[in-house]
Write a protein that binds this ligand. Structure first.
Ligand code: AMP
Ligand code: ZN
Length: 112
């Protein structure tokens, strides 16, 4: 499958790994938008949040639990932002579900 995140998980494209378990892989974003910018992805190829089914509910929660754990490990004690972009209008550019973890600076609202 021609999916860049599946290739990262498989190790055929290099990444700066920060976490891995049997369900999840997390790595540094190549174009960081904050001092800490990590991506938490399921190992299972799910194209987007719009494609999840009821069997994926726990997995989506797990991605967020890992984001919280990584935030603590990166000393984001003042807070952080998690983002899932979905589809063209949502600004999604890689069609493999991922949670952005952003921190280390003041975030603004609303996002662009
Ligand atoms: P999104 O626009 O929400 O789909 O996010 C995709 C993210 O993947 C962007 O923040 C990109 O900078 C990031 N990205 C794309 N290719 C790579 C790569 N090879 N390694 C790490 N991050 C990547
Ligand atoms: Zn994929």
């Amino acid at each position: 499958m021609d999916c860049i995140f599946c290739k990262i998980i498989a190790g055929t494209i290099p990444s700066k790994k920060v976490y891995e378990d049997n369900l999840t892989y997390a790595f540094a974003d190549i174009d960081p938008k904050a001092p800490v910018h990590l991506l938490i992805v399921p190992k299972k190829h799910i194209p987007s949040l719009a494609a999840i089914d009821t069997a994926d509910t726990a997995l989506v929660g797990h991605l967020h639990a890992i984001a919280n754990r990584l935030a603590a490990e990166h000393t984001l004690s003042k807070g952080y932002r998690t983002v899932i972009n979905t589809g063209a209008d949502g600004g999604q550019t890689v069609d493999h579900l991922h949670v952005h973890l952003l921190g280390g600076r003041q975030m603004h609202w609303p996002p662009g």
